[in-house]
Design a protein around this ligand. Structure first.
Ligand code: AHM
Ligand code: MG
Length: 338
């Protein structure tokens, strides 16, 4: 007899809710709505190339970057779904300059705020390269019923209640953590459900992959240049030379390294003095997942989750992955850049 036992994302969320004695199901409902929005975005991404939805929407976002049509669609779908959940009182996204406060009487009483990059790596879409959604959830600081303020979104990364990402790749996966380990779910398109496929993900202490845009090499800090050379040296005991893998799509690069062991680096460079990636809705959620899987994330000097952001779209140098490798990068930076 075939084994029909599957655990869907919603089964799992409900199952896990029991671990929190006082949980009222608010976070569960929020996660459920994120899962639903992910399925909608996934459907649209699968059709990219077939219908007139690839390419630029003709607008630039707050960073002066060209917005892709799917960027706009994903932004609307996630915001709409979070509003509909009734558990989220406000949202900050990569596509909007300021935080959005939900004034709806139901939603304004929500306990949580969400920071989200609705479609990361979207410049890859026209070339059929994997893209992702990255999100994190915090408890609001303002009182329930009040309008959310900037401070709700500028919380230290260690305050995340939950975080995760969706990878729209050769299969679509949702990976998330509520601070109690990391679990991955693969979308089964035949039943339209995310099914538990990667329970309790742990990342290796050390890996053999390094992921960095080496085209920027000449602009990197000395410590990073030296670390890259270290990755390329022969040392059988530590498995070097490492393999270089870089897709240029954060979620995909991170996901591969999370499962196989490795490090992702996006250093500051002369043209981007604070790095490229945004602390609040790109680095922090990924850092939370990494640490929950036994890895770590750093800005080169300190744990990324210790940083209190001062603005919504703040950028940060980003080193994330296997603990031993991230620590090694910190050592190189400390040694060569002091
Ligand atoms: P985006 O937020 O504009 O999509 O850019 C973020 C992406 C990440 O997914 C990826 O890690 C990085 O940009 C790649 O940057 P680069 O092309 O400079 O290597
Ligand atoms: Mg992005």
């Amino acid at each position: 007899m075939e084994n029909y036992k599957i655990t869907t994302l919603n089964d799992f969320i409900i199952l896990k809710q029991k671990d929190f004695t006082y949980a009222k199901g608010e976070l569960s409902s929020l996660l459920h709505h994120i899962g639903t929005a992910a399925k909608m975005v996934n459907k649209k991404i699968n059709k990219a190339g077939l219908v007139d939805i690839i390419g630029s929407a003709g607008e630039v976002n707050v960073h002066g970057e060209n917005q892709q049509k799917l960027d706009v669609y994903a932004d609307e779908v996630f915001i709409g779904s979070l509003l509909a959940s009734g558990e989220c009182c406000g949202v900050a996204t990569e596509e909007n300059e300021n935080e959005i406060s939900f004034s709806d009487t139901f939603a304004s009483k929500g306990k949580y705020i969400v920071c989200i990059d609705p479609l990361d790596g979207s410049s890859n879409i026209d070339f059929n390269v994997s893209v992702g959604t990255i999100f994190s959830i915090y408890r609001r600081i303002t009182q329930r019923g009040e309008k959310v303020r900037n401070e709700d979104f500028l919380q230290n990364g260690s305050k995340q209640v939950a975080a995760g990402y969706i990878i729209y790749g050769s299969s679509t996966m949702l990976v998330y953590s509520t601070g109690n380990g990391v679990n991955g779910f693969t979308l089964d398109p035949s039943i339209g459900e995310f099914c538990l496929s990667h329970p309790d993900i742990r990342t290796p202490e050390n890996g053999s992959i390094y992921s960095v845009n080496e085209g920027n090499y000449v602009h990197f800090p000395e410590g990073i240049k030296k670390y890259i050379k270290y990755c390329q040296e022969i040392d059988k005991d530590s498995g070097r030379p490492y393999t270089s893998r870089y897709i240029g799509s954060l979620v995909s690069d991170f996901h591969r390294n999370l499962l196989k062991g490795g490090i992702f680096l996006y250093p500051e460079n002369k043209t981007a003095p604070q790095g490229k990636l945004r602390l609040v809705y790109e680095c922090n959620p990924i850092a939370f997942i990494a640490s929950q899987a036994g890895g770590m994330a750093s800005d080169g000097k300190r744990s990324l989750l210790e940083i209190t952001p001062s603005s919504l779209h703040q950028r940060s140098p980003f080193y994330v992955g296997s603990k031993g490798m991230v620590k090694k990068v910190e050592e190189f930076l400390d040694f060569y850049n002091r």
